[in-house]
Design a binder for this molecule. Structure first.
Ligand code: ZN
Length: 205
């Protein structure tokens, strides 16, 4: 395996602050505040739906430019992300870097490159994703990249919900870090206040 060290490369800085990026999510209704019933059955005071911000191409471009600025000096040749959340992010970041964009998909549960997409040995690849909670999909994409003997040089995500607990062993960066506290219904402080819980997406918010 080729040397994956990026010690000689410096990460850049995103042009906007984390708060400014967070405002873009808020004004796009990608980050909602209230009282939510999550699919896990838990309750929360915040809800993130990244697709809401990516529906506005000019906002997607601003976020992607943030990641591109961080990784610009890593001599990236290709950006790749997992379907579906990573497709638009990969495309926008690749556009900002002036390189090509790929996406992986699951086939029978296995993450792989389809549609004739391929990577070359030694190709320098940036892996991106919209939201990471465990980092599982990103790890699967990293495996795909290494199967082709291409070189993963970094991981860029729009929203890191891991609380900084996930280390991919590569330079990594996120546009925003967001930890959403989830409560069991019987311990939910919002329920205790008698605020009705809303199932996100079930009606207009
Ligand atoms: Zn509640």
């Amino acid at each position: 395996m080729k040397n994956e060290s990026n010690a000689e490369f410096k990460l850049g800085k995103a042009p906007l602050s984390a708060d400014q990026y967070l405002d873009i999510f808020r004004k796009s209704s990608a980050l909602l505040e209230g009282h939510f019933l999550l699919t896990s059955g838990k309750h929360s005071a915040q809800y993130m739906q990244c697709a809401q911000v990516l529906q506005y191409p000019e906002r997607a471009a601003i976020l992607a430019e943030g990641l591109a600025s961080v990784f610009r000096d890593l001599e990236i040749q290709t950006v790749i992300g997992p379907a579906t959340g990573g497709i638009l992010v990969s495309h926008e970041v690749a556009k900002a870097l002036g390189v090509r964009s790929l996406f992986t998909e699951r086939e029978n549960g296995i993450m792989r490159l389809r549609r004739g997409f391929t990577l070359s040995p030694g190709e320098r690849v940036l892996v991106v994703e919209d939201v990471i909670t465990t980092g599982g999909s990103v790890r699967e994409v990293l495996s795909v990249v290494r199967e082709f003997e291409a070189i993963p040089v970094g991981v860029g995500v729009l929203v890191d919900r891991t609380g900084g607990t996930v280390d991919f062993g590569l330079p990594q960066s996120s546009i925003i870090q967001l930890e959403i506290q989830a409560y069991e219904a019987q311990e939910c402080p919002l329920c205790a206040q008698g605020i009705p819980a809303i199932k996100p997406g079930s009606r207009k918010l």
